[in-house]
Design a protein around this ligand. Structure first.
Ligand code: ATP
Length: 239
């Protein structure tokens, strides 16, 4: 589904990603964990085509992404739900969801899009209640849910979630991880999850990679990494 081979990214002289290879299989949830500055966000941006890569290759569904714009990667089914949830604050919740489906309007009937809206409402019942509310007036947690819901409106093959728990209260974080688990359980898309809360990410992940200073230090199943003494001491303090 997604294959990243020996990818490097730099900003001027700063090497943020130094030859990373990762894989995401159909229906899988893969977590990327690692401390601040490990290169997680840079790797995601390289995958979604927001920044250039210095070396290596990225394949989506067997197709080489070299020269493919971020916009065209979205068309191929890649939805990136960014760190700072960029919802359209002045628009209603419903309009935000419809905007998430903008590419589908060209080729699909409104009924198909309405069906996805209903699916999103099943995962996020609160969004149904709030569908006419101006999105910017919702709480941080609700806005995060909307950002994920909007990404799902694309019916993505690959969903990239960058720090979905960022800035949220613990009880809301539980809700966010519950919905990520629900989406994973549908196995209708592959999920690449970047998360500071390593313990929570590993609980959800089929497989995970630990990044350190731009390289993959450790990889394994979510269970293996939860039980790894190295991961426990460095990233799972207290768990
Ligand atoms: P965080 O969890 O803090 O977001 P991260 O693992 O996502 O960290 P990146 O944001 O990818 O890490 O950063 C990797 C390295 O690249 C860091 O040293 C960072 O300072 C540097 N970096 C990131 N973005 C830029 C930029 N636009 N210009 C220069 N350096 C950058």
């Amino acid at each position: 589904m997604l294959k990243v081979n020996d990818v490097a990214v730099s900003y001027g002289g700063i090497k943020a990603v130094r030859g990373i290879s990762i894989e995401l299989k159909p229906g899988e949830l893969v977590a990327l964990i690692g401390s601040n500055g490990a290169g997680k966000t840079s790797l995601l941006k390289a995958i979604s085509g927001q920044i250039e890569i210095d070396q290596g290759s990225i394949f989506i569904d067997g197709k080489d992404m070299k020269g493919i714009s971020a916009h065209n990667r979205v068309k191929l089914g890649l939805a990136h739900c960014p760190e700072a949830r960029k919802i359209f604050g002045n628009q209603s919740v419903m309009d935000n969801l419809l905007l998430g489906a903008f590419l589908r309007f060209k080729t699909e009937k409104r009924a198909a899009i309405n069906e996805t809206i209903e699916e999103v409402f099943t995962i996020f019942p609160k969004l149904k209640d709030r569908q006419n509310q101006q999105a910017g007036t919702m709480s941080g947690g609700e806005q995060q849910m909307l950002a994920i819901g909007r990404a799902l409106m694309l019916k993505p093959k690959i969903l990239i979630l960058d720090e979905p728990s960022m800035g949220l209260a613990p009880v809301i974080i539980d809700e966010v991880f519950n919905v990520v688990a629900k989406i994973r359980d549908t196995r209708t898309c592959s999920i690449l999850l970047v998360e500071q809360l390593a313990y929570r990410a590993l609980q959800l992940a089929d497989r995970a990679y630990v990044l350190e200073q731009g390289v993959v230090r450790i990889e394994g199943t979510g269970k293996e990494l939860q039980n790894s003494p190295e991961v426990r001491s460095a990233y799972l303090g207290g768990h």
